[in-house]
Design a protein around this ligand. Structure first.
Ligand code: PMV
Length: 328
């Protein structure tokens, strides 16, 4: 994938955001972002990050510029882990400058860490001249943000939790290509307020919930249910898997101490609407650890679903299942 001769130490990569159908929620190692359970997701064609990486002089002060905003060094933590790993492999002390552009506003509250860390991993490793396999790249992206592991492969993906303490078997693979299932995707932007409790903090709090063991049991089977629905293109089974997983996660968050409520009133309005509609037409939805709602539907339901989303009066992106990370 990255078999390149790169004497200028520069490369540009593009990676898409991904949305989980069976979610990653709970870490077995928080430094390496190793999950407790497998997760299943799809790449979102309409949301992506393009990043150019340049390695230059021996100076550890890396830089990250996102859409012309110079990220302060103390908030670079996630991407820093990716760059440190590349430096260690190369036996280098060079610094890396990453210039990143999201095609969606960073302030929009849409998941940008997955596409951002995946694009950074591919661009920075390629710029260094490293030849990494897709699974190695997925593991590298995972160091920045767990869900970024799933923004390396294309289409419908499964992130294998793995069991190795060093995370060498914890990476994502494609289970079905983007054209496997001709679904419409709506990313409905309910709120542009940054979530007050990070995913990492939310996951830790949930482990202390009285309902954690029940969640754990269900979550350990969620990826298998979701994968089987996707491979068989069984929309009813996908709806069941997605809704159950979303509800379990958000219900668990409400039982933490202190409680975490990621949904906003308009998120619930849309979710309730979809829960009613899915009895009659092929539509389903999910919410990550935030207020935005992602809706999937088949072609026949498309006009109906779109009109309903327009009626909500909030911004949305209409798109398809996307590809994997690539050099551009
Ligand atoms: O990758 P992180 O640390 O931002 O965690 C993402 C967690 C969820 O988006 C809520 C679920 C998922 O599988 O993407």
């Amino acid at each position: 994938m990255t078999d390149i001769q790169n004497d200028n130490y520069i490369a540009t990569a593009k990676a898409h955001a991904n949305i989980a159908v069976a979610k990653y929620w709970g870490k077995r190692d928080s430094l390496l972002n190793l999950p407790l359970f497998d997760s299943v997701a799809f790449s979102v064609d309409g949301l992506y990050t393009e990043t150019t990486a340049v390695w230059d002089e021996d100076d550890f002060r890396d830089e990250l510029i996102i859409n012309d905003w110079q990220v302060p060094s103390h908030v670079m933590g996630r991407v820093q882990r990716i760059l440190d790993d590349i430096r260690a492999r190369m036996g280098w002390s060079k610094r890396c400058v990453l210039r990143s552009k999201n095609n969606f506003a960073r302030s929009a509250g849409l998941a940008s860490s997955a596409s951002g860390c995946a694009a950074a991993a591919l661009a920075a490793s390629s710029a260094a001249g490293l030849e990494l396999s897709e699974s190695q790249l997925s593991s590298l992206a995972r160091l920045g943000s767990g869900s970024a592991a799933r923004s390396i492969p294309a289409g419908w993906t499964r992130w294998h939790a793995g069991s190795a303490p060093d995370g060498s078997d914890s990476y994502a693979v494609t289970i079905a290509p983007p054209n496997h299932w001709n679904l419409h995707v709506f990313v409905v932007q309910i709120s542009d307020v940054r979530k007050s409790v990070s995913s990492t903090e939310g996951m830790e709090r949930c482990k202390r919930s009285a309902f954690w063991d029940a969640y754990r049991l269900e979550a350990s089977q969620a990826a298998d249910f979701a994968q089987s629905a996707i491979l068989q293109r069984d929309f009813d089974a996908l709806t069941k898997a997605m809704h159950h997983n979303m509800m379990s996660l958000h219900a668990l968050c409400l039982t933490c101490d202190p409680p975490v409520c990621y949904a906003a009133p308009k998120s619930l309005e849309l979710v309730q609407h979809i829960l009613r509609a899915c009895k009659a037409v092929q539509v389903c939805c999910t919410m990550d650890a935030g207020a935005n709602v992602v809706v999937l539907c088949e072609g026949a339901s498309y006009p109906f679903v779109k009109n309903d989303i327009i009626a909500l009066g909030v911004p949305f992106i209409q798109t398809r299942i996307g590809g994997g990370a690539r050099l551009i």
